[in-house]
Design a protein around this ligand. Structure first.
Ligand code: SAM
Length: 269
């Protein structure tokens, strides 16, 4: 499964739903309570997981503009079941090239999930400046923050996690990625631009019974370690074999650190 495949996004969605920080989600919902109609732009929407997580919690009429550069994912997002009063338009577009185009026209909320750790510092700066110039609030969920706990411990875990975090900093189409530092950089930037920010952890908590998800995660981490090339390939293969054995035996668990935040312009809305 590739990093953005529909299968991978479907596999992770239940963990994302459980992980979303409830205090951050409540802050988003409270900020929109007075609206009779809300225009939301979802950046890098994938198959529409943020639409599914947020739209049932909002009482108002909603128009969602779903943006992604993957046409197959956009088609799935468009076909998602929607609550009454929710309309969706799709916008196939490369956010690296054409970010400004998605912000055209009136927008009440920008939403995104699992995007910010993929982007570079200049692109994040561009996003923050463009959003702040329009005084739009931002709900950014599920940014990976570099924390990984694996049980039971293995002697190679530290080296593999270091390789994973180094891989997170490589270019994902937006220039060298901020990876685990993205969310702290974003929060500091929005605060400096006069936003008030509510943030909280949204970790994946993955138990011994979650075998399929664990197998995919460990396979992805082994591929990242191979791509970085700092570890002997044979060590990575042996690590993956031990990890898979532990998953199959129902002895393995993982916690993956994420952070959600809601940034709202102060005193302007
Ligand atoms: C990790 S997925 C997250 C998808 C969705 N937000 C979710 O939480 O399930 C990252 C998404 O970013 C999209 N993406 C990556 N680079 C992009 C770009 N340059 N322009 C637009 N979308 C992009 C991918 O197609 C993918 O849907």
């Amino acid at each position: 499964m590739s990093g953005f495949s529909a299968d991978w996004l479907a596999l992770r969605e239940p963990y994302d739903v459980r992980a979303r920080n409830p205090a951050v989600l409540d802050a988003v919902i409270a900020s929109l309570k007075a609206y009779r109609s809300i225009r939301i732009v979802d950046l890098a929407c994938g198959t529409g997981s943020t639409l599914r997580a947020l739209s049932p919690r909002l009482a108002a009429q909603q128009n969602w503009r779903l943006v992604d550069n993957d046409l197959g994912l956009l088609a799935r997002a468009s076909a998602t079941a929607k609550p009454a009063g929710v309309t969706v338009t799709t916008m196939p577009l490369d956010l690296y090239r054409d970010l400004e185009a998605v912000l055209d026209g009136p927008v009440d909320l920008i939403a995104t999930s699992a995007l910010l750790d993929l982007v570079s510092e200049p692109w994040l700066e561009r996003l923050a400046v463009e959003i702040a110039a329009r005084s739009i609030p931002l709900y950014a969920a599920l940014s990976y923050d570099g924390r990984i706990e694996i049980g039971p411990a293995d002697p190679l875990d530290t080296a593999i996690v270091a390789a994973v975090n180094a891989h997170q900093r490589t270019d994902k189409g937006f220039g060298p990625a901020l990876g685990p530092t993205a969310v702290a950089v974003a929060i500091a930037r929005f605060e400096a631009l006069g936003y008030s920010v509510v943030h909280g952890k949204s970790d994946w908590v993955i138990g011994p019974h979650d075998r399929e998800f664990q197998m995919e995660i460990f396979g992805g981490w082994a591929s990242a370690a191979r791509d970085m090339g700092d570890l002997p390939l044979a060590d990575t293969v042996e690590w993956l074999t031990r990890r898979r054995d532990a998953v199959a035996a129902g002895r393995s668990s993982i916690r993956v650190g994420h952070v959600d935040f809601f940034a709202a312009p102060m005193g302007t809305r």
